[in-house]
Design a protein around this ligand. Structure first.
Ligand SMILES: *Cc1c(COP(=O)(O)O)cnc(C)c1O
Length: 395
């Protein structure tokens, strides 16, 4: 039985997989069983933030698991306390953190905080959270409902919880706020939705309006967070101070983790929320190493250099293939090339794979790039050389 057959026989069929078998990784390079090598412009989906096979993270995990991997959250977990402190310091906000295991779980935590705030703060309990069309907030029943895309609200999985409404654009949000609305949850750059960054002025105005009305601004930074934008939080780039921020993907470099941070530090009391695995020795220790690596590359300017070089390459490629691409989008190392149609996008993803470079899809027609934040100049150059070779086959 091949591994492909094994997968198809024993794993539930929720992913339309590519059956390449990766055996080894080194920073932005992946090596498959059949002897091929790839430049990884995806880092999973923005997860392997410090690359594959990162020695510093691997050593820390090894050392940690030699000692303690897990005790329950009924005890002090030293690396969890340290990680929370580090995240709060990097954010520059007066916040506290709860740890879970995924982005969806982080958003569930955010929604719980919002609902409790809505009960405490207002006479008539406010609970409704407004989100945007083309957003993506997760795969649990509640975060599916929070996701503003009809295709994620399949009737097969109904009934869904109440308390969500969707708007097409930021400017439509104001008129949708009623006396049951407690806040707004948005991504600053929609990841799954098409790598479109929202306008800074519009976001700042929304933040001011919500604050004035004691309503919550929840920023889903599951994809944009942890230096993906060039700053620890994209919220920093947008010069806003959210009430609640969620993080996950890149936070522990591939070890499952999720986090919700809030300035409403006393909203939860004992028993209000919990998680078996969240913030355990393993994931918290990995997170500490990841933040240490990325904070250094942020401080010494090397992250910004990579962002600038990637942007330069992206721009040149977009200009070289005007009949394939309409626009370059996104920011930091979360970038997109908008194709003229979805059919072209599928062909580009396949041709890229065949030419040894991994890219993702976003929305209906965007090629998405989420390389490791530690990607080298050489790896960027090699990846774009392969990408252009792939594009040449489509001419
Ligand atoms: C990936 C993602 C999620 C869901 O994260 P999981 O870890 O898959 O639950 C939520 N929000 C955004 C913006 C994401 O990109």
């Amino acid at each position: 039985m091949s591994f492909e057959e094994m997968d198809k026989e024993y794993v539930l069929h929720t992913y339309n997989r590519n059956y390449v078998n990766f055996k080894r990784g080194k920073n932005a390079a992946l090596f498959s069983e059949d002897g091929k090598d790839f430049i990884d412009f995806t880092s999973g989906i923005g997860v392997a933030s410090v690359g594959h096979g990162n020695k510093k993270v691997a050593d820390a995990i090894y050392e940690q698991t030699q000692n303690i991997t897990h005790v329950s959250n009924l005890f002090l977990i030293e690396p969890q306390a340290k990680l929370a402190k580090k995240m709060v310091e990097l954010s520059g906000f007066d916040m506290a953190v709860f740890f879970g295991n995924s982005g969806a779980e982080a958003n569930e935590g955010a929604i719980k905080i919002a609902r409790k705030y809505g009960q405490n703060r207002f006479k008539n309990k406010r609970y409704k959270v407004l989100t945007l069309e083309y957003s993506f907030h997760g795969r649990t029943i509640t975060t599916l409902k929070a996701t503003g895309q009809e295709s994620f609200h399949q009737s097969a999985f109904s009934p869904y919880p109440e308390g969500f409404a969707y708007k097409n654009q930021i400017k439509d949000i104001y008129s949708a706020i009623d006396d049951e609305t407690i806040g707004v949850m948005i991504e600053l750059v929609q990841g799954e939705g098409g790598v479109q960054a929202f306008d800074k002025k519009e976001i700042k105005e929304l933040a001011v309006f919500l604050q004035k009305n004691d309503l919550l601004l929840i920023i889903d930074e599951v994809q944009t967070g942890v230096f993906r934008s060039g700053e620890f939080l994209a919220s920093k780039l947008y010069d806003i101070e959210p009430d609640i921020i969620t993080l996950a993907k890149g936070l522990a470099g591939g070890v499952p983790i999720g986090a919700v941070m809030t300035k409403h530090k006393d909203i939860f009391t004992y028993g209000d929320h919990g998680s078996t695995f969240g913030g355990n020795f393993l994931s918290a220790r990995a997170g500490l190493e990841v933040l240490d690596i990325l904070e250094k590359s942020h401080k010494d300017g090397s992250l910004q250099k990579s962002i600038d070089h990637f942007d330069d390459k992206l721009k040149k490629t977009a200009e070289k293939y005007p009949d394939l691409f309409l626009d370059k989008t996104g920011l930091g190392l979360m970038r997109g090339l908008q194709c003229k149609d979805g059919d072209t996008l599928s062909k580009i993803i396949k041709a890229s794979f065949d030419n040894g470079v991994l890219v993702l899809k976003a929305g209906r027609n965007t090629v998405r790039f989420l390389p490791p934040l530690t990607i080298s100049k050489g790896e960027i150059d090699e990846g774009f050389a392969r990408f252009e070779k792939a594009l040449d086959t489509l001419k």
